[in-house]
Design a binder for this molecule. Structure first.
Ligand code: FES
Ligand SMILES: [Fe+2]
Length: 339
């Protein structure tokens, strides 16, 4: 398996209208489009004629038309030239599908499993896209570690001065990693305390699992009484999908879900606070991304780092990215932009 062989998101459904989109996945430029009948297509974003970006063109009927000399391409990549009708061409095309409010893409020849989302009882409250100015590994390191919640986050996490009390549990399988953290919650903003029902002395529970085909994590956040016997009113579930763009940038797609025990069920008032939750989550991910711009360098290797007990998963994550996602045993594959 190579990097393009996994099902990966390339856009939110709402961002793909009648205008084609330019996406970059693992250094490969792709034009994604929706035909007049609603069918999705994805082709290499370089016209085989003279290499204009096909994403700069427009959809005409069931085809994507190049803006330069008007050659047209269908979703299978079959192209024809209006000026030389006997000249047919074929460009690289990809499998595309739309699920969970996102548009996904993979190579034609691969047959990976499509990622399943476990959403029993959860309500969708929003989907976001963020661009991180850091390589894939360093971006994933940020999201797969809770120690920075003491300083970087406001709406969840642990107090810096109680970080030593946080218990970290760790489980791994051949193709996943799960980390469970529990400790005294930090003090949240008033509205969050009120809505979630957090009381002084409560515990914050953070559990996440990361998988590698495609690269994604599921985070669960919930609060309980200090003895763990009573769960508070609201719990969050967030899925993040990580898509490497270039050597130094990574796109993060987030899907936010919540479960509330407030009246009225089954929504528990989530419709009312949906915008607030979305904005708060966007601000938290912005805070993560902001931190990544201050890294002294973007070398993804771990040699020489003084890793803490919260960083135990970093090495295992790298091994799985290399073996499962990049599909290679040896060195990191460079992500140069290629048409
Ligand atoms: S470059 Fe696309 S039609 Fe000429
Ligand atoms: Fe974070």
């Amino acid at each position: 398996m190579g990097m393009l062989d996994h099902w990966q998101p390339v856009a939110r459904t709402e961002d793909l209208g009648r205008k084609p989109l330019a996406a970059v996945v693992a250094g490969h430029q792709v034009a994604v489009f929706r035909t007049a009948s609603g069918k999705l297509g994805a082709v290499a974003d370089a016209c085989p004629h003279r290499r204009l970006k096909l994403s700069a063109g427009e959809v005409v009927g069931e085809k994507l038309q190049c803006r330069y000399h008007g050659w047209t391409f269908d979703a299978c990549g079959e192209g024809e030239s209006p000026g030389a009708p006997k000249m047919h061409t074929c460009t690289t095309s990809y499998d595309v599908r739309e699920e969970h409010g996102l548009v996904w893409m993979k190579t034609r020849q691969s047959s990976p499993q499509f990622p399943t989302l476990d959403l029993g009882g959860f309500v969708h409250v929003g989907s976001l896209v963020h661009d991180a100015p850091a390589p894939l590994e360093l971006t994933m390191d940020n999201f797969n570690e809770i120690e920075h919640s003491g300083t970087v986050h406001k709406n969840f996490g642990y107090d810096l001065d109680k970080m030593h009390e946080v218990k970290v549990g760790f489980e791994s399988t051949d193709d996943s990693l799960t980390v469970s953290n529990v400790g005294p919650t930090k003090r949240l903003p008033f509205l969050d305390r009120l809505y979630i029902g957090i009381k002084p002395g409560d515990l914050f529970h953070d559990k996440w699992t990361t998988w590698f085909s495609p690269l994604h994590s599921r985070f669960d956040h919930w609060w309980t009484s200090a003895d763990g016997s009573q769960e508070r009113k609201v719990r969050w579930r967030v899925y993040l999908f990580y898509v490497p763009v270039t050597e130094t940038s990574t796109r993060v797609y987030s899907m936010l879900y919540a479960k509330s025990r407030w009246w009225p069920q089954p929504n528990g008032g989530l419709r009312l606070v949906r915008r607030y939750i979305r904005n708060q989550t966007a601000a938290e991910i912005d805070a993560d991304i902001d931190m990544l711009q201050y890294l002294a360098d973007y070398e993804p290797g771990l040699a020489g780092l003084k890793l803490s007990r919260f960083d135990k998963s970093l090495g295992l994550t790298r091994e799985r990215i290399q073996r499962i996602y990049r599909g290679e045993g040896g060195t990191r594959t460079p992500l140069r932009i290629a048409g």
